[in-house]
Design a protein around this ligand. Structure first.
Ligand code: OGA
Ligand code: MN
Length: 341
C-alpha cells in the first residue's frame, strides 16, 4: 500500500493554516497509524484505517477525537456500522440526544432507536419516499441553509454523526456541504470582531423553517416561541480557537433594533457562505459516516434531483454539547427541546 511513503507526524496541536495554502498532504496518526487526508486548506478530512467491525476502544476513540477537534469534519468511508454500533461509538463523544420528546408529542419514529435522528426522506408509514409536504421533508428543505444542529434547544449539540443507510442513485445529488466557521472568524476584519464580541444571538428552529417554506409557516411568529441564547463569538475549547457561532436558526441579536439585527445576521451568514470557507462531501457508499463538530463548522444538505423520487436513508446521532458553553445563556441545566411532532 502507498501508505508507507506517508510521513508520520503528530496531529493534536493545531497549527493555523492560511486558506491560500495548498491542501496539506495526507499523514498517519501517531499511535494507530490511521490515514488522514485533508480535503480543504483549513478544515475537513477523510479518515481511513479504523476497523469499524470491532468495538472502538477509548484509546482509538481519543485518536479519532484529536482528528475531529482539529479538522472539524471527518468523513469515514464504508464503516458498515449497525444502528447499535453507531450509537455505541457516538456515546464516546458524550451524552446522546434523543427523539423521545417528539414521540411523546405524537410523531411516528421510523427508526429502531430514539437516539437515531431521521435525516432521510422516507415516510415512516409507507416506507416509500415521503411526499414533499411531509413535516420531515420541510425540515430537510430548511436543512439546505447553513446551520448547526440543535442550537435552538436549551442545550445545544456538540458533535453529530451522520450515517448513510440508503443513498439515491449517483448523479442525483444528496451531498452535504460544510463551512469552516473558525477560520471565517479568524479572517474577519478587526472592526467586525470588535463589533460582535460579547453579542448574544437568539436561535429559533421555526425561524429557519419559515425562511425555507414561508407559506407553510406564515402564521408562525418565532418571537412568541422559545428562543435559545448563545454568544456569537465563542472559544472552541478543544482547539483553543475562536468560532463564529452563526446559523440559519439565528432569529435576532439580543437587545438590537430589528433592522440592525437583521443586517448583522445577514452580514455574518454571508461570511460563512463565502466559497473560500466551504467544502462539499459526497456520500459514496452505504455505510459512509461523517462526523462533525457543530461548535466548529456549519453544514447544510444540498438537495438534488433525487428529492421526491428516490429514497435517501440517513441516520444521525446527536451528541449533547459537553463544553462549558453547552447551555449558552439559557440557564444551567436547561434541557428543553424544540420540534414539530
Ligand atoms: C443533519 C443534516 C444534511 C444532509 O443530519 O443534521 O443537516 O445532507 N443533514 O442530510
Ligand atoms: Mn443538520
Amino acid at each position: 500500500m502507498a501508505t508507507e511513503t506517508i510521513a508520520v507526524r503528530p496531529t493534536p496541536t493545531w497549527i493555523p493554516l492560511k486558506i491560500e495554502d495548498p491542501i496539506p498532504p495526507p499523514f498517519l496518526t501517531p499511535k494507530f497509524g490511521f490515514k488522514v487526508t485533508p480535503i480543504h486548506p483549513t478544515f475537513g478530512c477523510e479518515l481511513e484505517g479504523v476497523d469499524w467491525s470491532k468495538d472502538i476502544s477509548e484509546e482509538v476513540y481519543q485518536e479519532i477525537r484529536d482528528v475531529v477537534d482539529k479538522y472539524g469534519v471527518v468523513a469515514c468511508r464504508k464503516t458498515g456500522l449497525s444502528d447499535e454500533a453507531h450509537i455505541k461509538f457516538s456515546a464516546h463523544f458524550g451524552e446522546l440526544d434523543d427523539v423521545r420528546p417528539y414521540q411523546k408529542a405524537g410523531r411516528v419514529h421510523r427508526l429502531a432507536y430514539p437516539e437515531l435522528f431521521d435525516a432521510g426522506n422516507i415516510d415512516p408509514h409507507t416506507g416509500d419516499v415521503a411526499p414533499l409536504t411531509a413535516a420531515q421533508v420541510i425540515g430537510n428543505k430548511a436543512n439546505e441553509q447553513f446551520h448547526v444542529d440543535s442550537s435552538f434547544n436549551g442545550r445545544r449539540a456538540g458533535h453529530s454523526l451522520l450515517l448513510a443507510h440508503i443513498l439515491p442513485p449517483k448523479g442525483t445529488g444528496g451531498s452535504t456541504e460544510y463551512s469552516d466557521s473558525r477560520t471565517a472568524y479568524e479572517e474577519l476584519p478587526d472592526e467586525t470582531k470588535q463589533r460582535i464580541e460579547g453579542l448574544v444571538a437568539n436561535h429559533s428552529l421555526f425561524h429557519s423553517r419559515k425562511k425555507a417554506v414561508p407559506e407553510y409557516f406564515k402564521d408562525t411568529d418565532p418571537s412568541k416561541l422559545p428562543l435559545s441564547k448563545h454568544k456569537l463569538v465563542q472559544l472552541h475549547e478543544p482547539s483553543g480557537r475562536r468560532n463564529l457561532y452563526i446559523a440559519s436558526y439565528v432569529y435576532s441579536i439580543e437587545g438590537m433594533p430589528k433592522d440592525e439585527s437583521d443586517a448583522l445576521i445577514q452580514e455574518l451568514l454571508t461570511v460563512v457562505e463565502t466559497p473560500r470557507y466551504r467544502v462539499t462531501i459526497d456520500w459514496k457508499d452505504e455505510g459512509d459516516m461523517i462526523i462533525w463538530d457543530n461548535t466548529a463548522v456549519l453544514h447544510r444538505a444540498t438537495g438534488g434531483s433525487y428529492e421526491g423520487k428516490f429514497r435517501r436513508d440517513m441516520r444521525r446521532t446527536t451528541v449533547k454539547d459537553m463544553s462549558s458553553a453547552r447551555f449558552g445563556l439559557n440557564g444551567e441545566g436547561a434541557d428543553w427541546r424544540v420540534g414539530l411532532p
